[in-house]
Design a protein around this ligand. Sequence first.
Ligand code: DC
Length: 206
Amino acid sequence: MIIAVDGPTASGKGTIAKALAAHFGLPHLDTGLLYRAVGRQVFLNGGNPDDPDDALAACSFPDSLLDDPELRSEASGSLASRSSVHPAVRKALYDRQRAFAMQPGGAVLDGRDIGTVIAPEADAKLFVIASVEARAKRRWLEMQSQGRDVALDAIEEDLRIRDARDSGRKNAPLRAADDAVTLDTSDMDRDQAIAAAIALVEARRA
Ligand code: DC
């Protein structure tokens, strides 16, 4: 069984994908991490993420970079979003994602274009959304718990910029596949969102 989980930043898609993988006993790939590694590698190379050649050169990042905690930062997210608009970057990361999706027994992948490009034949596709206000609040609480004091307005503005870039790009934009089920987590806590996602996938399977 292949499960595709797509959605914008801080929608809860990562948490949901991880929980689905544990529930159904499937391996999970956070594809955003691959794009974050590219963005981080561009930075380490002293390159420009808006330059297609610099971004493509960064696709040969070492696997060890995937364990770098810095990948989780807002800065890496933004570098990833900028690097990921280039068709050559998406092409360079395609085979790795496709092979993960096609492994015997299936897999759960989360990202922006899993249901549309990476695994259009997925058995269940979830498009996880939440209002920008709810997502900013979640990010803000997460940062507060890490002792980082960032203004809520600044987080919300950053999310809007990232949404516009990820949805507006020509190549593999963030959008729901025609056969995806949309799950709005704005008014759900973590456990409610996970339970709703499991129920939707079970319904698809049945
Ligand atoms: O899911 P995330 O926030 O870790 O993703 C970081 C950026 O990577 C996101 O803003 C756009 C890009 N991305 C993408 O273009 N396609 C994916 N499948 C996953 C992420």
